[in-house]
Each structure stands twice: as structure tokens, then as C-alpha cells.
Design a binder for this molecule. Structure first.
Ligand SMILES: Cc1ncc(COP(=O)(O)O)c(C=O)c1O
Length: 389
């Protein structure tokens, strides 16, 4: 098979000999679940992003659940977020018996519109928290969202699943609100296969999330089995969850963390190839950009015009040319569960609906190489121009 017909995956993890060694080290250590590796990963991650508390968890979904639980969200409460996100962001609100209130994304953006949030908060009783989602790794307008959250007495949670590393003048995305949650799912910039990290400055939130992460025990398993005066005794003080990150995964995360800066540089270079290729194409709209973009996603939009391909044509044309792609996101207000529960229609959030109809996420990952990026760009322009594969 010639190089030009090799399949270019939408995403691929960058796992090297360092990660393999780290996993072997843990497997040979005799301690597989949460222990020294997870503690070290938490410490290193908290130093990296400059947040005093970091808790490693088994997914960002778990971390978001813990965050809202620790903030005291429960039945009778409302949590505001954007429908332009993955299902976890809103599902965790429902897990706690609270209701979700959506507000639209800003025109041309994939992120929450502060003006729409302001209108929502002004008209919503019992809104106790706002979840800002940094879609694709581009930080939301946190200054405006923070001001609104403060004005309406809401806690501010960041769904930073896509946002590592995303450095802004005010700090890393994920540390700009009350609690931030990162994902290390297999397609994320740094990965542990499955995993996540909750960060907060609030010691009470950290203590509550730590306890609820591990069955509501009064002490961690690590402590029970290895403390100098180890005791079999423990006490269950809450009906907690089982959301801890095992050491095998934490060891992978520690190696990935060391490479995060280099990974970001590679992703920026791929984005620059795409920008250069598409900036002259009137039928394509470049992804929104801004300070601290982590380039987790490169989400292009088609501009609907007579005779130009639709988003679905583009996806099919890329597949014909051996190129993977994806769509972020199918807005939650169009999903049957939320549409039926809250009586929503696609046009309830027109900016989100329009973004969804036109968007496609192109391959962007460290290790894919700039030749592959150029091939993707040529393929996009080829499909757009109506050329055959
Ligand atoms: C915006 C967003 N939030 C939360 C999650 C959940 O992450 P995880 O798979 O680590 O639970 C995802 C998953 O990709 C996501 O895209």
C-alpha cells in the first residue's frame, strides 16, 4: 500500500517506551490499585496547573459527578450549561436529582454565550451552579462567566475535559472557576486510557470529593494497608462512590504529563497547516481561536451555499480518501432524553444547532506528522471542489 493510501485515524494515543516501563514498574511492585503512583500524579498535576488540590479519578464523568456533589447540588437545584457538550456534563446533574438549564453557544463559537447565560440566570430560580465547557480546548470567556456566576450566587465548574494544557494569563483552564475536571480518555491530548483529574482551591470541596471518591470511607485503602500502624478498621461515613484511579493508569499519566508541552507544540503545528490550507477557501470557516487554545480538536465548519458540499459530504469524501473524522457535538438539546424532559426543539438553541449541522473535526494528534496533515488538507479541499477520490 502506498503511503498516500494509508489510513489517517481521527485520533491516536502517543504511548512510548516510557509509559510501557512505567506500567511494568507498577505491575512488578505488588500494588495495582490507587497508591503512590496516583498520589505522585496528583502532586505533579497540581503543580503543573497551579492548583492546591488535585484528585485523580477514573473518568472526567466521575470527576464532574464528584464536583457537583461536593458543591451540594441536589434535588430542587438547577445547573446551567451549554447543550454543545458531551452527555456527561448534563447527566451528572441528573444523577444528583437536579435539573439542567441550557443556554446557547455564542455565534460562530462552540462555547457558552455569556449573554445567553445572563438571560438564563436572570430568569431561572434556584440555579446553584454553572458548568462552563471549554469545547475543543478553547477556553470560554471565563471573566464574563465568572462575573455572572458571582452575581447570581452560582458555583462555577469547568468541564475541562478537552483543555489540557490550556494556559491563559489568569491561569490554566480548569483552575479558573471553583472546581475543574480534566479527562484522560484515550482520545485526549494526554491519556491514561480512561481517567480524569479534579482540581480545586477549596479545601472543603477537595475533602468531600476525596471521601466520596472512595466509598465514603474515613480513610483511603492505601493508608489502611500500608500505614506504619496499619489497621484493618475503617468507618463508612457516607454512601460514597468508587471513582479512584488505579496506579497502573496513574503511572501512564505521569509519563504523559512530562510530554504535554511537546504534544501541544505538535498539535499547534498541525492546526497551522490546516489554517494555511483553508484560510483562502470561502466555503470553509476556520475554528474559533483565542488565548490558551489546547487544540484538542480542530473543528472546521462548512458554509452552506448552493453547489458546495455539506458537512456530511465532507465526512463521506474524507472516508473515501482514507481519513477519519468526527463531529463535536450532537447538541444535547436534540437528544431524546433532554428534548423530551425539557420540551426542547433543535431551534431552541439556534447557534448550537447551526454549528452542529456544519461542523467536522479533522485528525489532530501528536505523532501524525505534517505530511499527514497536508494530505488531510488536500483531501478536504479536494472534496470541497467536488474532485473524485
Ligand atoms: C466535554 C466533555 N466532558 C466530559 C467528558 C467525559 O470524559 P470521560 O470520558 O473521561 O468521562 C467528555 C468526553 O469526551 C467530553 O468531551
Amino acid at each position: 500500500m502506498s503511503r498516500n493510501t494509508d489510513f489517517i485515524a481521527f485520533a491516536r494515543p502517543s504511548i512510548g517506551p516510557e509509559e510501557e516501563e512505567a506500567v511494568l514498574r507498577v505491575m512488578r511492585s505488588g500494588w495495582l490499585t490507587t497508591g503512590v503512583e496516583a498520589l505522585a500524579f496528583e502532586k505533579e498535576f497540581s503543580e503543573y496547573v497551579g492548583s492546591p488540590h488535585a484528585l485523580a479519578v477514573n473518568s472526567a464523568t466521575s470527576g464532574l459527578h464528584l464536583a457537583l456533589e461536593a458543591l451540594g447540588i441536589g434535588p430542587g437545584d438547577v445547573v446551567a450549561t451549554s447543550p454543545y457538550t458531551f452527555t456527561s456534563t448534563a447527566a451528572v446533574v441528573r444523577h444528583l436529582g437536579a435539573e439542567v438549564a441550557f443556554c446557547d453557544v455564542a455565534p460562530g463559537s462552540y462555547n457558552m454565550d455569556p449573554d445567553a447565560l445572563g438571560r438564563l440566570l436572570a430568569g431561572t430560580k434556584n440555579c446553584r451552579a454553572v458548568i462552563a465547557v471549554h469545547v475543543g480546548g478553547l477556553p470560554c470567556d471565563m471573566k464574563a462567566i465568572r462575573a455572572l456566576a458571582t452575581r447570581y450566587g452560582c458555583a462555577l465548574v469547568e468541564d475541562a475535559a478537552h483543555s489540557f494544557p490550556s494556559e491563559t494569563a489568569g491561569g490554566y483552564a480548569g483552575t479558573l472557576g471553583d472546581v475543574g475536571v480534566f479527562s484522560f480518555y484515550a482520545t485526549k491530548t494526554i491519556t491514561t486510557g480512561e481517567g480524569g483529574m479534579l482540581v480545586t482551591r477549596d479545601p472543603r470541596v477537595a475533602a468531600r470529593a476525596e471521601k466520596m471518591r472512595m466509598h465514603g470511607f474515613d480513610r483511603a485503602a492505601w493508608d489502611r494497608y500500608t500505614a506504619k500502624r496499619a489497621s484493618w478498621r475503617y468507618s463508612v461515613t457516607e454512601a460514597g462512590f468508587k471513582y479512584n484511579m488505579p496506579d497502573i493508569l496513574a503511572a501512564i499519566g505521569r509519563e504523559q504529563l512530562k510530554k504535554a508541552g511537546a504534544f501541544l507544540e505538535e498539535r499547534r503545528a498541525v492546526a497551522a497547516v490546516y489554517d494555511g490550507a483553508f484560510s483562502g477557501a470561502a466555503w470553509l470557516e476556520l475554528p474559533p481561536r483565542g488565548e490558551g487554545h489546547a487544540w484538542h480538536l480542530y473543528s472546521l465548519r462548512t458554509r452552506p451555499a448552493k453547489g458546495t458540499p455539506t458537512r456530511d459530504d465532507l465526512i463521506a469524501g474524507l472516508a473515501d480518501r482514507g481519513i477519519g473524522s468526527s463531529v463535536h457535538f450532537i447538541p444535547l438539546h436534540t437528544m431524546p432524553y433532554y428534548a423530551e424532559r425539557y420540551g426542547l426543539r433543535p431551534e431552541s438553541f439556534p447557534n448550537a444547532a447551526s454549528a452542529f449541522e456544519r461542523t467536522v473535526s479533522l485528525p489532530i494528534w501528536q505523532g501524525m506528522g505534517l505530511d499527514a496533515a497536508r494530505r488531510v488538507a488536500e483531501a478536504v479541499l479536494g472534496v470541497t471542489a467536488g474532485e473524485g477520490a
